[in-house]
Design a binder for this molecule. Structure first.
Ligand SMILES: O=P(O)(O)OC[C@H]1O[C@](O)(CO)[C@@H](O)[C@@H]1O
Length: 243
């Protein structure tokens, strides 16, 4: 496990963009696993700047997002589809047909999960998976539970997760109750994983995730079993980590 603690958000963003951009430079047809939420916004902004400067290109990159809300139309401003277009896809030279997200507005959600797993299988690999972490240890939308599923599936969001994400909606009731998420098995199969956390409110869960028991009660704790885990945190989120 490679843990790095950064004094500034800029340094963290640049280091994460170095890791992702460096991979894409070495392998222009890399397969990236991407995350949403507040955590990766600055990292995507750095990648956009690098693309504008001609330092990195996304034309041949394939991407798979972790999750999507169920029931939001794709063009809803808070869908993860809209988020990714806004923060990355529309601002770089990515090809839409290579940028995959689960479709939370699909009529047949079970079929949509199977379709997404089919696409992942076809791609054959994720070279680098970017992850944020929820306050309860969720990764993607894999919430704490007595069992975790390997493949793409539907989850009911925990009240605390809906509360945390209410900041992006006009009112808390508007936060969808369910989401489609890539499973833990798909996440752990990635060649490399970059877990990012920011802010004092993430310090305790980061300690639990990285040093606590490996348990489905804290899905991120399963990352301890991964052979190439990179953890980038700011000083506040890294307060309880030993580096
Ligand atoms: O980055 P945030 O907004 O703190 O969210 C943490 C995690 O929770 C989610 O918003 C929901 O899964 C993820 O997209 C993110 O990685």
């Amino acid at each position: 496990m490679n843990i790095r603690i950064f004094n500034s958000q800029e340094d963290l963003n640049e280091a994460a963009a170095d890791l992702i951009g460096g991979l894409v430079l070495r392998n222009p047809s890399a397969v990236l696993g991407l995350a949403t939420g507040g955590t990766p916004v600055g990292i995507y902004a750095s990648l956009v700047r690098r693309c504008a400067a001609g330092i990195v290109r996304f034309r041949d990159v394939t991407t798979f997002n972790l999750d999507e809300y169920v029931g939001l139309p794709k063009n809803h401003p808070e869908s993860y589809f809209s988020y990714m277009r806004k923060h990355l896809f529309d601002a770089v030279d990515a090809r839409p047909e290579r940028c995959h997200l689960p479709d939370g507005s699909a009529a047949d959600i079970a079929a949509e999960c199977a379709r997404y797993d089919g696409l992942l299988a076809q791609a054959g690999r994720i070279d680098l998976q970017l992850l944020g972490i929820g306050h309860n240890g969720h990764i993607g939308f894999n919430e704490p539970d007595h069992a975790l599923l390997s493949g793409t599936h539907v989850v009911e969001l925990k009240p605390s997760t809906r509360e945390a994400n209410a900041r992006f909606f006009d009112s808390p009731e508007q936060v969808p109750t369910h989401a489609i998420t890539m499973g833990i098995g798909s996440i752990l199969k990635a060649q490399s994983i970059l877990l990012v956390a920011r802010g004092a409110d993430k310090a305790e869960i980061m300690q639990r995730a990285l040093y606590g028991p490996i348990t489905t009660d804290c899905p991120a704790s399963l990352l301890q079993t991964h052979a190439d885990l990179h953890v980038y945190v700011d000083t506040a989120a890294g307060r309880l980590l030993n580096v």
